[in-house]
Design a protein around this ligand. Structure first.
Ligand SMILES: Nc1ncnc2c1ncn2[C@@H]1O[C@H](COP(=O)(O)OP(=O)(O)O)[C@@H](O)[C@H]1O
Ligand SMILES: [Mg+2]
Length: 324
């Protein structure tokens, strides 16, 4: 981020008289102090997407209003302890199918505001494997991921918003694909390196193969997004349909918080152009190439520890700065 700022001709300042602020979300009182020419990299209230419990709540609410048919991109998710009864009912409906598919995993259990795979568990039976009063978010496990080289991966899609009113969304053409470091199987819950695609986790596996050259975007356990699309096109897969579905899920997710954000903007932010934000949408494809939203990151890791990372993230931040 510092490099991109420097290249764009910005100088660091600790004064309040900045042009662009890139950091944590501001407090409401701080938003109120902004001048017309100032830009900050968060809208007030996007924590509604960034926390897993909030994301589930806003999306479930939207789904109840508009019907579930249009919202098939979020795995069924329950916020516990409040929705324990609904979860157990869902399990009754679903367990027959799991058994038929010879699948040992029913749900994935996550801390409500966790990251990097910390505290995540895969379970078979929620009746016995989740404590009565546990505070957690529980989603149906997508047990048939689309695999490359027999390995599960997810996609990091970078999305920049320059305005919520009117909504202006830019989806970066490149991103990252993060691979597991153990071949996939749905028949065993054992081994997090098989089921969780988090880079921070998999890089701890001695098997992890790092990218060494920015121009080779399909080596090792982290690829460029474009390399995944290329791999799929070479195998006659319909990439444009997948991309269209991903755009659709991004827009619907953002629309689900639009009213709250615009209310907060009216209350606290002097000018509608004061804010912009860069989000990381984590998306997983299943074996039918249907994209599922895993989570939305509002506090992105823009650190780069491979040449490919550096090239993609540098370009990303530079383009975001140019746009805003
Ligand atoms: N519903 C799901 N089905 C299958 N795999 C999932 C599901 N949810 C998460 N995962 C896997 O677990 C990883 C961690 O989950 P995530 O929600 O991103 O938590 P964290 O904030 O800890 O990264 C994801 O990157 C993905 O590989
Ligand atoms: Mg994650």
């Amino acid at each position: 981020v510092r490099n991109a700022f420097r290249r764009a001709g910005f100088l660091p300042t600790s004064s309040n008289n900045f042009n662009v602020l890139w950091g944590k979300p501001l407090k409401i009182a701080e938003y109120k102090e902004l001048c017309e020419y100032q830009k900050v990299n968060h809208f007030p209230g996007t924590y509604l997407l960034g926390r897993k419990d909030n994301l589930a709540r806003v999306c479930n609410k939207f789904r109840r209003v508009f019907g579930s048919d249009s919202f098939q991109y979020l795995p069924k998710t329950f916020v516990l302890p409040g929705e324990r009864t609904e979860l157990l009912q869902d399990y009754e409906e679903w367990k027959g199918k799991l058994k038929k598919n010879d699948c040992d995993i029913s749900y994935i259990v996550k801390p409500p505001a966790g990251c990097r795979g910390i505290g995540i568990r895969l379970i078979s039976d929620p009746n016995t494997q989740i404590k009565e009063k546990a505070v957690c978010v529980v989603s149906r496990y997508i047990s048939d991921p689309f695999l490359i080289n027999e390995t599960k991966f997810d996609l990091r899609i970078y999305v920049a918003i320059t305005s919520f009113n009117p909504l202006r969304v830019y989806v970066h053409e490149n991103g990252l694909a993060r691979f597991c470091t153990v071949k996939y199987s749905r028949k065993t819950r054992k081994n997090r390196f098989r089921h969780l695609t988090n880079y921070s986790l998999n890089k701890q596996n001695p098997n992890f193969v790092k990218n060494t050259n920015a121009s080779v975007d399909d080596e090792g356990h982290k690829w460029g997004l474009k390399a995944v699309w290329k791999w799929m096109r070479e195998r006659q897969m319909d990439v444009s349909t997948v991309m269209g579905k991903i755009d659709d899920l991004i827009l619907k997710t953002l629309l689900s918080i639009e009213v709250q954000i615009n209310t907060n903007m009216q209350l606290a932010v002097p000018c509608r152009n004061n804010c912009f934000e860069l989000f990381g949408f984590d998306v997983m494809l299943d074996s039918n190439l249907h994209p599922w939203l895993i989570e939305v990151n509002t506090a992105l890791s823009l650190a780069s520890d491979s040449p490919l990372d550096k090239s993609i993230k540098n370009q990303l931040v530079t383009e975001v700065l140019n746009m805003v």
